[in-house]
Design a binder for this molecule. Structure first.
Ligand code: NAD
Length: 260
C-alpha cells in the first residue's frame, strides 16, 4: 500500500533524542526521506539515522546549530542537494531549564547568558530555520512547517523566564509566518507539548528533583505524562493532507493541562 509521505522529504531539528527522534522515525514510517539535524549530539543523530535505516527507511544526518544562520542555511541546502526538495520541517530543537545543564532561576537572579542562549536557540533558531526552509518551499509552492513551543507558553512556571518567553514568542512567530505564506501553498503550525517522558529535558528535570514528577501528575488532568509518540503523531498528522486547511494553529498536546 502507498505510504502517505512517499516521495516527500522531512527535515527534523533536535532529531538526536526525545520528541525529534521519534518524529523522524514516524515521518520515515510514512515513507518520507529524513534529514536529521542536531548540534553537538552527533552520536544521537547518527543513532536516529541508524534506527530509521534498520526499519527500512531513508535518512541522513547533518550537524547544525540552529542558532547560527550559516549552519541552518547549509543544512537546508544539504537537504535539497541530497533529496531534491524539502516538504516538511519540524523545528523542534530546544533547550530548557532542567536544573543541571540550564538552571531553574528567577528573573532577579537570571544570568544574562542564560537568557541570551535560550532565546538564541529556542526563538531565533526557529526564525532562522523558517527563513531558509520557506525560501525553498516558496520555490516548490508547497511545504508544511511545525514548530515546537511548550505548555510553558500558556502556563508559565516561575524560574523558567527565558524558556517561557521563547516558547510564547513562538506562537506569534508561527502565526506571522503562517499569514506570510498562506497563499503560497505553505502551512505553518505549532505544537505545545506538556511534560513528555523519554526526553533529555524531562529526565534531567525529574532526575534533579524526583518530586517534580508527582507535581506534574497532579496538574495534568489525564494523570499521566506525555510520551514522545503523542507529540510526534500530532506533528505528522498536521503535516498530512488530512490537515490541509489548518495553518497558524497552536495545538497543545498535554493531556488537558492548558484547559485548566
Ligand atoms: P531533548 O533534550 O531530548 O531534545 C532536544 C534536542 O535539541 C536534542 O536533540 C538536542 O541535541 C537538540 N538541540 C539543542 N540545542 C540545539 C541547537 N543549538 N541546535 C540544534 N539542535 C539543538 O528534549 P525534547 O523534549 O525532545 O525537546 C524537543 C522540544 O520539545 C524542545 O523544543 C523542548 O523545548 C520541547 N518541549 C519538551 C517538553 C518535555 O517535557 N520534554 C515539554 C514541552 C516542550
Amino acid at each position: 500500500m502507498a505510504k502517505k509521505f512517499n516521495g516527500r522529504v522531512a527535515l527534523v531539528t533536535g532529531g538526536a533524542s526525545g520528541i525529534g527522534r521519534v518524529a523522524a522515525q514516524i515521518f520515515a514510517r510514512e515513507g518520507a526521506k529524513i534529514m536529521v539535524c542536531t548540534d553537538s549530539n552527533i552520536k544521537g543523530g547518527e543513532e536516529t539515522v541508524k534506527l530509521i535505516k534498520d526499519a527500512g527507511g531513508e535518512a541522513s544526518f547533518v550537524k547544525c546549530d540552529v542558532s547560527r544562520a550559516s549552519d541552518v542555511e547549509a543544512a537546508v541546502a544539504e537537504c535539497v542537494k541530497r533529496y531534491g526538495r524539502l516538504d516538511y520541517a519540524f523545528n523542534n530543537a530546544g533547550i530548557g531549564p532542567d536544573g543541571k545543564r540550564v538552571p531553574v532561576v528567577n528573573i532577579v537572579d537570571c544570568p544574562e547568558e542564560i537568557w541570551d542562549r535560550t532565546i538564541d536557540i529556542n526563538l531565533k533558531g526557529v526564525f532562522l530555520c523558517m527563513k531558509y526552509e520557506m525560501r525553498q518551499m516558496l520555490k516548490q509552492k508547497y511545504g508544511v512547517i511545525i514548530n515546537t513551543s511548550s505548555v510553558g507558553a500558556l502556563k508559565p512556571v516561575p524560574g523558567f523566564c527565558a524558556y517561557n518567553a521563547s516558547k510564547s514568542g513562538l506562537i506569534g512567530l508561527t502565526r506571522t509566518a503562517a499569514l506570510e505564506v498562506a497563499a503560497s501553498g505553505i502551512r505553518v503550525n505549532t505544537v505545545l507539548p506538556g511534560p513528555t517522558d523519554r526526553t533529555l529535558l524531562f529526565e534531567y528535570l525529574t532526575g534533579t528533583n524526583p518530586a517534580v514528577k508527582d507535581e506534574m501528575m497532579n496538574i495534568i488532568p489525564m494523570k499521566r505524562v506525555g510520551h514522545p509518540e503523542d507529540v510526534a503523531e500530532a506533528v505528522v498528522w498536521l503535516c498530512s493532507d488530512a490537515a490541509s486547511f489548518i495553518t497558524g494553529h497552536v495545538m497543545p498536546v498535554d493531556g488537558g493541562m492548558t484547559s485548566t
